[in-house]
Design a protein around this ligand. Structure first.
Ligand SMILES: [Zn+2]
Length: 288
């Protein structure tokens, strides 16, 4: 899975921490700060140029359609903040890297919202959105192997539907939040629990919808410092071990998936299978 590094975490936590307290304490510290000028783009793009950030004015649903295209077109991850009151997307990812490991792409980036402090401080809510690029060739090889091992029993006329539905399945699976995503979200949520009135959300975009990841109230109260708390590390280990198990035959109704066009119940089951009393994963289909 992809691990997103967050070098600017402390700075962002400082910001989110102080945003609701008093505006004049809103400061991003550190040498990682990069106050990039904005450049307006008509669509959401993956921007590898650190000299500017992109800003796009469009609805959440339209922006998500842009991101779905990027999932299969881009080798790199990208991250944005979506501000619903302004219907605006700000790119915050920078220093993106991408490494291929067999059947998947491992990406990393720095989340850097510096320069957006004043705007963010005025919001009631905003959402961190990112996506995980698909290694098309890796997915194809995986599905081809599955066909040889299991699918071919379905008969030659089912070959194409099998390939396309399984490719979807793996694309959705690749869109579940990584352990690194959970850690970064938890760090920010815990730092700002009870301290900020801004409702900050975290979502990964997949080809069939979004996965929102958060901590339950119990999780917010249980974990203290996600870098040093052994309880949190144990919880994260358990979360990691649940990801590959999602597609095991005993947990996944393969024939049901192949027979249906309504994927929602399957993906909701995946999301609830990833959740615990502390970590909550919620699936939401894309709106057309
Ligand atoms: Zn991620």
């Amino acid at each position: 899975m992809k691990i997103s590094r967050l070098l600017a975490t402390a700075a962002l936590a400082t910001y989110l921490f102080s945003a609701s307290a008093s505006a004049d304490r809103v400061v991003l510290h550190g040498k990682n700060r990069l106050n990039r000028p904005s450049k307006e783009t008509a669509s959401l793009i993956v921007n590898l140029d650190t000299s500017f950030r992109t800003v796009t004015h469009k609805s959440e649903a339209d922006g998500l359609q842009d991101i779905v295209k990027l999932i299969s077109e881009s080798e790199y991850e990208e991250e944005w903040l979506y501000l619903p009151d302004m219907k605006t997307w700000y790119e915050i990812g920078r220093n993106e890297t991408s490494v291929r490991h067999g059947t998947h792409i491992e990406g990393s980036l720095i989340s850097d919202p510096s320069g957006l402090e004043d705007i963010l401080g005025k919001q009631k809510t905003f959402t961190f959105y990112h996506f995980h690029p698909i290694d098309k060739e890796g997915t194809y090889n995986f599905v081809h192997e599955l066909w040889l091992n299991q699918g071919s029993r379905l008969g030659e006329k089912n070959r194409e539907p099998f390939y396309s539905k399984m490719a979807y399945l793996f694309a959705v699976h690749g869109g579940v939040p990584s352990p690194g995503d959970i850690r970064k979200m938890s760090r920010l949520k815990i730092a700002n629990y009870k301290k900020s009135k801004i409702d900050v959300r975290f979502k990964v975009v997949s080809v069939l919808g979004t996965f929102e990841y958060s901590l339950t109230k119990k999780g917010l109260e249980k974990f203290k410092n996600v870098n040093t708390d052994p309880n949190f590390n144990k919880e994260l280990e358990q979360y990691s071990s649940r990801i590959p198990k999602l597609l095991e035959p005993k947990n996944f109704d393969l024939l049901g998936w192949l027979a249906t066009t309504d994927y929602k119940p399957f993906i909701e089951k995946m999301a609830s299978g990833l959740s615990s009393e502390y970590i909550l994963i919620k699936y939401e289909p894309l709106r057309k």
